[in-house]
Design a protein around this ligand. Structure first.
Ligand code: COA
Length: 183
């Protein structure tokens, strides 16, 4: 699998993801209208260009098929979504609340791609950025995603108010990641 930054011609990938009721079940809860889709894509492009943290597209190395997206982005805590423009990712602090996430298109489910992308982004986060901890949140019922997080080395860490909901929180510290890597 190849990971490269999200770009304008990934519009159809976003449409495939965000108009599939099964894919959005634990994300937006409902498929996106054309207006909401355009808004999301515009935001995704803003978030992709920092060249550090952001949004990546997952591509099958052999077929060049787009499999989905994965992110390292600020967690929108409490009631207010983190405004991308407020956050300078070039000087990100080691304790910044950055979460890992992934959205695969349905044909790509069940083939290990979520675990592979999550593992790679955690490695990137700890090797290529100053982050000392990486977070994740899921819908309480998204047991497949929770399984992916635990397999990727994150541990349950209580609950958090994020995306305007109380959600299970997962974390991995750089220290624990290094210990696991050596064993
Ligand atoms: C959740 C999602 C990312 C999983 O992707 P995936 O590529 O199928 O994940 P993987 O193949 O890497 O691993 C899935 C693991 O979960 C297990 N699993 C699948 N469904 C499960 C379920 N309902 N409950 C618990 N575990 C489940 C699989 O057996 C597999 O574990 P294993 O490798 O130990 O057998 C994918 O279904 C998806 O993109 N869903 C829509 C978007 C989404 O919900 N994203 C997460 C937001 S937090």
């Amino acid at each position: 699998m190849i990971l490269r930054p999200y770009q304008a011609d990934d519009y159809e990938l976003s449409r495939e993801q965000m108009t599939d009721p099964d894919v959005v079940k634990y994300i937006t809860g409902e498929v996106l209208s054309e207006d909401k889709l355009a808004e999301r894509i515009s935001k995704s492009l803003d978030r992709s260009i920092c060249g550090n943290l952001g949004i990546w597209v997952l591509i099958d190395r052999e077929t060049q098929e787009k499999l989905g997206t994965a992110v390292l982005l600020p967690t929108p805590e409490n009631e207010i979504e983190a405004q991308w423009s407020d956050i300078d990712l070039t000087t990100i602090s080691p304790q910044a609340k950055i979460e890992v996430g992934y959205i695969l298109t349905k044909p790509a489910w069940g083939k290990g791609y979520a675990t592979e992308s999550c593992t790679r982004l955690i490695e990137f986060g700890f090797e290529e950025t100053p982050l000392e901890v990486i977070w994740a949140v899921t819908d309480p019922e998204n047991t497949a995603s929770q399984h992916v997080l635990r397999k990727s080395g994150l541990q349950d860490d209580g609950q958090i108010v994020a995306y305007k909901e109380i959600l299970p929180l997962f974390k991995v510290t750089k220290y624990n990641w290094l210990i696991a890597k050596q064993s």
